[in-house]
Design a protein around this ligand. Structure first.
Ligand SMILES: Cc1ncc(COP(=O)(O)O)c(C=O)c1O
Ligand SMILES: N[C@@H](CCOP(=O)(O)O)C(=O)O
Length: 465
């Protein structure tokens, strides 16, 4: 399997090189040259397999010859052996057609663990025996940061620098990052929002001098390996609900468009998906783009779903690449225009193409609270992000015989205040993070400027070997 850049100016890479590179040198994102497919019989054969074994079957075509099947199996078993639920990503039923796909049973209690536990092991595997070391630069609106830090803390060949928007993540989210005092972990609170953090990170990859001095890599979903690992749970849930013989819809609380893009890939690979419902909070650029062709940024509004307070969604570029007929030149020109003007219009033909796979909804604060209360009445305490997805799922116009699965992306204990405000009770902090609120924190606070951030990193990172 070869990976090509959405902007067409970087050399195609294999899985190992694409994983270590993170972002393509031309500013584009790596995508597989062609989508691998599974036959109906191959999907049927996933029934009854463990999560780790399902991961082996789904990831094998993406990994290609970068790992033997036995090595891939060993990594999947190690990664998913750390989850607190035997099913890794279990389904919970809310009523006759609504389900939650619980993605928060990993070490940091959010869906990011599903991919990052795997990515941490892949990095270690690809770096072992060599003299390379990676400087990981990442941006987080709350959950990627802690999952990535958990996955790479104390690894000899890696330094991680994680940028989060100061004061715009929950206390639990911040502490999950800043109380990890390992020498190779560097947390930076930037005086800006998530979009600025993400733009700074992307600029580092594109800066010849900086990228030449340090071997940069990514843990955000710009890294293809992140997304590949997230495809697995769509198949795992779909097969449990009757795929390939039954069509299923998924509702995905969306920020950076990574999670829902993984669902799109699952559909391309053959999973029968009626629609992927892109559920946004009031930071609704993706809903406007898909429903009205208006892909234009506004000011980011802080909400009770901070992990989704995003306007510029990295992975939307991967969908735009397909919507531009995989014409990298056309996409590169469109992205250049968007980067300078903050506006892009999707044509009617592009919207029609997208609407075969995606529906979308914007959910405001009241909609989120209603969904939390409805789930609570059905016996489930859900986090605010999941509630955005559930609200969109309940409003979606899906055929009556199609089950609708909402991705439960975080444990409700990560957002205790918002949960209590909505349903009058808090979810207890699970044992995994007990004592978190008493631990010592360490992080730097810096202005959101390229010079300040790269200067800080340059003083601490190990240069290229
Ligand atoms: C809890 C939670 N829900 C939803 C999202 C949005 O996911 P994505 O950025 O992949 O669209 C995030 C952040 O990524 C998150 O942390
Ligand atoms: N909500 C995310 C934002 C980063 O998304 P990613 O999937 O690209 O890592 C977070 O929790 O940090």
């Amino acid at each position: 399997m070869r990976y090509i850049s959405t902007r067409g100016q970087a050399a195609p890479l294999g899985f190992q090189a694409a994983t270590l590179a993170g972002l393509a040198s031309d500013g584009g994102l790596y995508v597989p040259e062609a989508w691998p497919t599974l036959s109906a019989a191959e999907i049927e054969a996933l029934a009854g397999l463990s999560y780790a074994e399902t991961a082996v079957r789904i990831l094998a075509p993406f990994v290609g010859d970068a790992l033997s099947e036995a090595d891939l199996r060993a990594l999947c078993e190690a990664a998913y052996g750390r989850f607190s639920h035997a099913a890794v990503t279990p389904l919970a039923q809310l009523d006759h057609r609504h389900f939650l796909l619980e993605l928060f049973h990993g070490p940091t209690l959010a869906f990011k663990d599903v991919a990052l536990q795997m990515l941490g092991l892949l990095f270690e595997r690809f770096l072992s025996g060599g003299d390379q070391h990676l400087t990981i630069v990442g941006a987080t609106s709350g959950d990627t940061g802690s999952a990535a830090i958990e996955a790479v803390a104390n690894r000899a060949h890696i330094d991680i620098f994680m940028l989060h928007p100061k004061g715009r993540v929950s206390d639990v989210q911040r502490r999950q990052m800043t109380t990890v005092l390992a020498d190779n972990v560097h947390n930076i609170a930037i005086e800006g929002d998530f979009d600025e953090a993400q733009a700074l990170v992307k600029r580092m990859f594109g800066d010849k001098d900086f990228a030449g001095r340090f071997q940069l890599s990514a843990v955000n979903s710009i890294n293809w390996a992140r997304l590949a690992a997230q495809i697995v749970y769509y198949f795992y849930a779909g097969v449990r609900l009757g795929a390939p013989h039954r069509v299923i819809a998924f509702s995905v609380p969306t920020g950076n468009f990574g999670d829902v893009f993984a669902g799109y890939v699952a559909k391309k690979m053959g999973l029968p998906v009626a629609r992927l419902i892109v559920a946004t909070n009031v930071n609704d650029i993706l809903h406007r783009a898909l429903s009205a062709g208006d892909y234009s940024t506004g000011t980011v509004m802080p909400t009770a779903t901070p992990s989704m307070d995003i306007q510029v969604s990295s992975n939307f570029e991967r969908l735009l690449f397909d919507l531009h007929g995989r014409d990298a030149g056309a996409l590169a020109a469109a992205m250049k225009g968007f980067e300078s003007d903050k506006v892009m219009a999707l044509s009617q033909a592009q919207r029609d193409l997208a609407s075969a796979d995606f529906a979308s909804a914007r959910v405001d604060h009241e909609g989120m609270v209603d969904a939390m209360r409805w789930a609570h009445a059905s016996g489930q305490v859900i986090d605010p992000h999941t509630a955005i997805g559930l609200s969109a799922a309940r409003a979606a116009n899906m055929p009556a015989d199609v089950p609708v699965v909402t991705l439960a992306t975080a444990h409700p204990a990560k957002f205790g205040d918002a949960v209590e405000a909505a349903i009058g009770t808090r979810a207890a902090l699970p044992d995994r993070i007990a004592g978190l609120m008493e631990k010592e924190e360490r992080y730097a606070t810096l202005p959101a400027t390229f010079e300040a951030i790269t200067g800080y990193i340059a003083e601490r990172a190990r240069p290229r070997a």
